[in-house]
Each structure stands twice: as structure tokens, then as C-alpha cells.
Design a protein. Structure first.
Lengths: 262, 291
């Protein structure tokens, strides 16, 4: 329990900064909505004439005159991209930073099993990701209140549930990677989510690449699908859970046998 | 009873050698010095004993428990001071002690306070503000506060000033008198000679010699440097003889009076007789093993 408190405290600052920054950005972007709403006809015409980008970003489905659709596009990008980078970053450095900062030797020469170390760090990472998502969601609700717009709760909650699921999937995969590396890797923390993000863009550009939806979580968490009330394919969602589970399993298996570097 | 026992302990990092077929034991209540040059395999041995790395082959036991299978049980009863000390920077010293004690599931506040007083350490200081020596003190408190049965120390006095070194050794001798066993890895021969009961010399991953420190000291090895001679007549006890430009350097093991008698009458311009360096002692034993 003491070690868990230590881990939570260690992640506290990073989690608060990311959550606060994204929450504030959501509020700022929603403050633009009243003006956008007044120019909705022009905006809809503009967005529908952006060629391939219209489909890529789901702007052919979302109606910018609707507050929730606007929220899906703006918050979807911020929570979707920045949130996954946050989840990947905090997860990939979780186990690896003990070796990178040379604190693994101190920690692992205490009577704590490696299994307990992995478990505690996993709880800490999941807590940070859940906090980030809940905080973002409350900022979203607050933003709607500030601009005086109502929204459909079901679609709103579905959007946030899929975002959370995506963050947990990427976080768990990166947690597995963290057990396999020996130093902090900012590159993986930023590169891996962006790689998956662009993979989803390719799906939206070409039907031939639709099989990639079984790899990238951005497809099932796409705001244009979730907010329009469509239920995403179940298989990619389930596969996302399996990938995340495999990441956690890898972390446990690798870390228990790992030779700790000095 | 053997508190540490290794059998054919071998570790390879890919193709590079860590240690090879290392077999030795440390008795209960001993202060055991583990000497060797950099890269000899000292840290590899310690890291296997502490369960941080797995051996390629062989077996290591501490307190009768297997170092790979019973790591948690072993670590409950071991205090470890690493050569290079790192903590989480944002913590204060007292938080490091509390975390270390909590991981051991014991309340060590009283003992850590006593240790801080003896080591002149301010527990309120943040780790990020500490010098190398003060961080070493924090490590000492963490290793000693739970009063373990076994201490594993890797260059424990590096960074400590002479006063603190003395205080540290006083603490260790007190713990040893209470029954604790101490395993000390060091480069400093004088430290080993002064404080250890038994010592082993390791080189290139294997133990060259292991004996009581008294026996090793009784070997009476001296380093002799002579100027003014081009050749040296034979004498029993001379080892590692080297002719270097204008001087002759050798190690001598034997009675001092015999050496002085032997040198009398030779056209010596200058002579130095001193204690050899660790590496030279090591070379002495290495050659003896080869012979």
C-alpha cells in the first residue's frame, strides 16, 4: 500500500498537468461553438468541400451546428490524440524508468516481489488514465454548461467510454513494452499512438486498408461513429481488450525474469 | 554454518564473461572481504546474490535459501549498500527511510533516528539536494535500520569522509558483535586488512585465493624497488621480477632480515621497500596459483 501511494504520488504531477491542460483546451474550443453555430451553414459547406479530408476527419457525418458533434470533433481530437500520448507515455516509462533512473536496484533489494512491483505500477498507471478521462469528461460537461447547450447523455457517455477503452488499451500495450526496455522512452510514448492514429486515417482514405481496423483502436473510438449513435464493430473493441491484456501479461512475464541493469 | 554459499556460479552477458564457476562460502558471524579489480566480477556476484540477475549456471544461497527462488525471504534479512546510490529525487530522506521500512513491513523510526544522529544526517533534506557522501549515508540508514542478519556492502565507504568512515565501521562492528554477517566488496586493501576476518581475491570472474586475513597478511609480501643494479642474484621469495630502465622491481615474500642480508654488499644507489598495491598483491597470488 505504501508503495502504491508512492507510485500515485509520483504520477500525480504529470497526470494533473495533462488533465488540466486538455480540460482547459476542451473548454476553450467549446467556447468557440456559439460563434461557429451562427456560421453553421457556411462551415458545413466548407467542411463538406474539403475533399478527402472531409471523410478522413468524419466531417461528412458530424454536423457542426450541433454542440455534441462539434464536441466530438474538437474534444475527440484532443482527448483522442493527446490522451493516447499521455496514456502511452505514462505507461511506457512506468517500469522502465526504475532502471533508467537507477532506482530499480534500491527498490528490488527490498522484500517486494517483482509481481507486486508490476501489479502496483499497473494500478498506478490505470488510475492515472482513468483520472485523466474522468477529469476530461467533467470538463466537457462543464463546457456545455458554460455555453448553455444541452447534449445527448447516452452518446456523450459512449464517446468517453470508448476513449477510455482506447487509452487503456494503448496504456496496457505500452506497459508491456516498458517491461522490455531499460530506459525512459519518450519516442515510443509519442510515436506509438501517432502510428495508430495515422493507421486510422489510412482506413478512412482507402477501403483496401479496412483490415487495419483490427489493429488501431482509433477506428472503434472514432467520434463521428460513436456520437452519431452508431455502435462500433464489436470485434475490434474486443481485440483491443485482448491486445491490452497481452501487454499486461507480457509485463508480468518479462519483468519477473528480467536481469536488472545497474 | 555457511551464510553465503555459491557452487559453480557462472554468469555470461551474451558472450562477455561475468563470473565463471565461482564457488565460495561465508561463515556466520564473519566479516568477509571480497577484493578484485574493476570488471573482476564482484558486482556480478553481488547482483546474483540479491536476485537482481539470474546466473547462467550454478547456484547461490544466502541463509540456506536459494537466491533465485527465495529472493523475497532473503531480502527481508539482508541490508544492502550499493556502490552508487540512487533514490527518487523528490523524496526527503525521512520519506526514503519510511518507504524502505514499509517495504520491509517494520517500524524502524527509532533506529533510523539513532542512525541519523550517529551519521550526522538531516532527515528533512530532499534527496535531490544531497551530495554523494550524504546519499551514501541515506543508503547506510536504509541498510541498517531494520537490523538484518546479513549485510552486503559494495564499496560502502566511497564518498564518506574519514570521520564518517570510522563511525560507519564502528556501527558495522557493533552489528557483527550482535551476530550479523558482513560481506564487503572493496578495492581498498587497507579497509579489508583492518576490518575483515576473511578475504577472497577475485580476478577475471574466478576466485584466486580465499583465506583468513591474518594468513594473507602473514604472507608478508613487500614491494622492493632498487636502483643501481643491472642484474639481481637469485633469492628464494622473489616474485614478479621486472627490469625497468634504471631500476629493478619485485615482490618479496619472506623474512626481512634475509632480504637485508642478501642486499648487503650490492652496489645499490637507492632502495624503496613498501606495501604493494592491491593489484600487485593480486598478481602475487595469481602467479602463486599458476606455479
Amino acid at each position: 500500500m505504501h508503495f502504491l501511494k508512492h507510485e500515485l504520488r509520483r504520477n500525480r504531477k504529470t497526470t494533473l498537468i495533462w488533465s488540466g491542460a486538455i480540460g482547459f483546451m476542451i473548454l476553450l474550443s467549446m467556447l468557440m461553438f456559439p460563434q461557429m453555430k451562427n456560421e453553421a451553414d457556411q462551415m458545413t459547406e466548407l467542411f463538406s468541400n474539403m475533399g478527402i479530408f472531409t471523410e478522413v476527419f468524419g466531417m461528412d457525418i458530424l454536423n457542426m451546428a450541433h454542440a455534441l458533434d462539434f464536441y466530438g470533433l474538437e474534444a475527440g481530437n484532443m482527448i483522442g490524440i493527446c490522451g493516447t500520448i499521455f496514456a502511452a507515455w505514462i505507461s511506457v516509462m512506468s517500469l522502465a524508468r526504475e532502471e533508467g533512473d537507477h532506482t530499480a536496484e534500491f527498490l528490488l533489494t527490498h522484500p517486494i516481489s517483482r509481481k507486486a512491483v508490476v501489479y502496483t505500477k499497473l494500478v498506478s498507471v490505470v488510475t492515472a488514465i482513468v483520472f485523466f478521462n474522468v477529469f476530461s469528461m467533467f470538463f466537457g460537461i462543464f463546457s456545455f454548461g458554460v455555453i448553455g447547450e444541452s447534449f445527448a447523455w447516452k452518446e456523450f457517455l459512449m464517446f468517453h467510454v470508448f476513449e477510455l477503452w482506447m487509452h487503456l488499451e494503448i496504456g496496457c500495450i505500452c506497459f508491456g513494452i516498458s517491461a522490455c526496455i531499460s530506459k525512459n522512452s519518450l519516442g515510443i510514448g509519442i510515436g506509438f499512438p501517432l502510428f495508430l492514429y495515422f493507421m486510422n486515417i489510412f482506413i478512412n482514405i482507402s477501403d483496401k486498408l479496412s483490415f487495419l481496423k483490427y489493429i488501431t483502436p482509433y477506428h472503434y473510438a472514432e467520434p463521428s461513429t460513436v456520437i452519431s449513435g452508431e455502435i462500433p464493430d464489436v470485434l475490434p473493441v474486443l481485440l483491443g481488450g485482448i491486445y491490452g491484456f497481452l501487454g499486461v501479461l507480457t509485463a508480468f512475464r518479462v519483468y519477473q525474469r528480467k536481469n536488472i541493469k545497474a | 554454518m555457511h551464510v553465503i554459499k555459491t557452487e559453480n556460479l557462472t554468469k555470461f552477458y551474451g558472450k562477455s564473461r561475468g563470473i565463471t564457476e565461482l564457488s565460495f562460502s561465508v561463515d556466520e558471524g564473519d566479516i568477509f572481504g571480497y577484493i578484485g579489480p574493476n570488471g573482476a566480477g564482484k558486482s556480478t556476484t553481488i547482483r546474483i546474490l540479491l536476485g537482481l540477475i539470474a546466473p547462467t549456471q550454478g547456484k547461490a544461497e544466502i541463509l540456506g535459501l536459494d537466491c533465485q527462488k527465495n529472493t523475497k525471504e532473503i531480502l527481508k534479512r539482508v541490508g544492502y549498500i550499493p556502490s552508487e546510490v540512487f533514490f527518487w529525487d523528490y523524496l526527503r530522506c525521512e520519506e526514503v527511510f519510511a518507504l524502505s521500512a514499509a517495504l520491509r513491513k517494520c517500524d524502524c523510526r527509532k533506529e533510523s533516528q539513532l542512525l541519523c544522529e550517529r551519521l550526522a544526517l538531516d532527515p528533512k533534506k530532499k534527496v535531490s539536494e544531497l551530495s554523494l557522501g550524504t546519499r551514501k549515508k541515506v543508503s547506510i540508514v536504509c541498510a541498517l535500520q531494520h537490523k538484518p542478519d546479513m549485510y552486503i556492502l559494495d564499496e560502502p565507504t566511497s564518498g564518506l569522509d574519514p570521520n564518517m568512515q570510522r563511525e560507519f565501521w564502528d556501527l558495522l562492528h557493533e552489528r557483527n558483535q550482535e551476530g550479523a554477517t558482513i560481506f564487503l566488496s572493496s578495492h581498498t586493501l587497507s579497509e579489508i586488512q583492518k576490518h575483515c576476518k576473511t578475504a577472497a581475491i577475485i580476478r577475471e570472474g574466478t576466485i584466486q585465493v580465499k583465506d583468513k586475513v591474518e594468513s594473507l597478511s602473514a604472507s608478508n609480501v613487500k614491494k622492493v624497488v632498487i636502483q643501481g643494479l643491472s642484474m639481481l642474484p637469485p633469492l628464494q621469495g622473489i616474485k614478479n621480477l621486472q627490469y625497468r630502465e634504471d631500476k629493478i622491481v619485485f615482490l618479496y615474500q619472506g623474512k626481512a632480515c634475509e632480504l637485508i642480508g642478501y642486499l648487503q654488499g650490492l652496489p645499490i644507489m637507492d632502495i624503496t621497500i613498501s606495501d604493494p598495491e592491491l593489484e600487485e598483491i593480486y598478481m602475487h597470488f595469481y602467479r602463486r596459483e599458476e606455479a
